[in-house]
Ligand binder design. Structure first.
Ligand SMILES: NC(=O)c1ccc[n+]([C@@H]2O[C@H](COP(=O)([O-])OP(=O)(O)OC[C@H]3O[C@@H](n4cnc5c(N)ncnc54)[C@H](OP(=O)(O)O)[C@@H]3O)[C@@H](O)[C@H]2O)c1
Length: 418
């Protein structure tokens, strides 16, 4: 009996190559913001002839890298995780390069939500190129959830991370919390830091732990030249964080952003600003201590920040949870029991009245990390994102802060460069 080779159906081939493009896109994690992650594969005669990804913000887009790797891409099919851009940003339109290279078919996963860059697919069709879309769209959407969130509501995607004991405590009754989880979990925490644009902590965590909030990864498998530290953001409405703390003493490679209110003494604010840090006043929190969580996120979104990691403590994580502003939760659970009435739990503030109001996670992943367990998932909630942005940031009259705000505005403009 003779067997005949049957090529897999076209949709299976599309998914196979798009999966590879998604893997390539992930290699840019932590380096492309405020641009999205994008991967690209050029295929001819069912063989990959070129691969590329958007490696670093401001550098070539994925399509250009893949076409350059292919050399001759005539009559090839190009798989890309995001619709090719059709505008001049920091680099020329990818659509033109695709046409020039003689590509005959473009398959992309996700339409570009950026109005400045969109329209690429339509234009490619007018140039006689076959265009297919929607292949592994859900995966591409999840991979670019930071970019999509900021595009949709100009606020960052929010991940809350905590390390707890089996009984849900993040510290002992005396405030001792270093370290509840083991080295492997802490390494994962640093990998997560590397993915985001900013890290939020509360005033009392800074006072208790004096964190640096930098990315510190063990050397193996990580290129130290590509490590990018997220921007530390301290929520300190009255100016309680001491000037000698790591985040304010000038010893770190990062520029701390202090989110405060008009309750911070002017002298204290000026001292922080004179040291080169940015201080931003926002509204008071109407439902708890400190700053308004929504106003904090809006101010960060205005600065081109697409993703933030909330690293506690309990009061800050709780107030963002109460406000329905957390998109994803990561909890590392150690096989340890702390006990005690007054030991803090991961999310305090007001909390839920009923189990029906409790935060539910979906797409839950559970994994062992060393001796600890990581449970992570996305938050199920009604869409609380306001369609029109409220302006809650207060105007600063301090010249250095105005300058920083202007610089941030131009950063935000560059968001549309892909
Ligand atoms: N295991 C872990 O994963 C982990 C992580 C972090 C911290 N910790 C531990 O947690 C403890 C600190 O937690 P905590 O709950 O006491 O303090 P916290 O959440 O770090 O800080 C709370 C303070 O931040 C200020 N704040 C400003 N804006 C806020 C807002 N929107 N929402 C809430 N607070 C805001 C308020 O002070 P003002 O009113 O003065 O502004 C508030 O009292 C420490 O023991 C630390 O070691 C554990």
């Amino acid at each position: 009996m003779t067997s005949t080779f049957e090529a897999p159906p076209e949709s299976v081939q599309h998914e196979h190559y798009m999966q590879r493009a998604l893997e390539l896109a992930a290699l840019g994690t932590g380096c492309t913001s405020p641009n999205p992650l994008v991967g690209c594969v050029v295929v001819r005669d069912n063989r990959i002839i070129g691969e590329g990804w958007h490696e670093i913000y401001g550098h070539n887009h994925a399509e250009i890298n893949a076409l350059e790797a292919a050399g001759d891409a005539r009559s090839a099919t190009l798989y890309v995780t995001l619709e090719p851009c059709h505008h001049h940003g920091l680099t020329p339109p990818c659509t033109q390069a695709i046409v020039k290279a003689g590509v005959s078919h473009v398959v992309y996963a996700l339409a570009d939500p950026n109005p400045r860059a969109a329209g690429g697919a339509q234009w490619l069709q007018t140039q006689g190129i076959q265009v297919s879309t929607g292949v592994l769209e859900a995966q591409a959407r999840f991979q670019n959830r930071f970019f999509l969130k900021h595009m949709a509501c100009q606020r960052p995607y929010v991940i809350a991370k905590s390390a707890t004991s089996l009984d849900g405590r993040i510290a002992t009754r005396t405030g001792h919390s270093q370290w509840i989880t083991g080295p492997e979990a802490r390494e994962r925490g640093h990998e997560l830091r590397q993915c985001v644009d900013a890290i939020i902590v509360g005033a009392d965590t800074v006072i208790a732990d004096n964190p640096s909030l930098t990315v510190r990864l063990s050397a193996a498998g990580h290129n130290p030249d590509l490590i990018r530290h997220p921007r530390p953001v301290v929520l300190d409405s009255t100016g309680r964080v001491p000037l000698h703390s790591n985040l304010l003493n000038g010893s770190l490679p990062t520029r701390t952003l202090v989110m405060t209110t008009d309750a911070m003494p002017r002298e204290h604010r000026l001292t922080i600003e004179t040291r080169g840090f940015e201080v931003v006043s926002v509204l008071h929190n109407e439902h708890g201590p400190g700053t308004s969580p929504l106003a904090v996120l809006e101010a960060l979104g205005d600065r081109g920040i697409h993703s933030v990691l909330i690293e506690g403590g309990a009061t800050v994580s709780g107030s963002f949870r109460d406000a329905g502003l957390i998109d994803e939760m990561w909890t590392f659970i150690a096989p340890t029991v702390i006990g005690g009435e007054s030991a803090r739990s991961a999310y305090s503030a007001t909390g839920s009245d009923t189990l029906g109001d409790a935060t539910q996670l979906h797409d839950v992943h559970v994994e062992n990390v060393g001796r600890d367990v990581l449970i992570r998932g996305c938050v199920t909630r009604p869409d609380t994102a306001p369609s029109t942005k409220q302006t809650t940031e207060q105007t600063s009259t301090t010249p250095s802060t105005e300058g920083a705000t202007q610089a941030a505005s131009s950063d935000t403009t560059t968001t549309a460069s892909h």
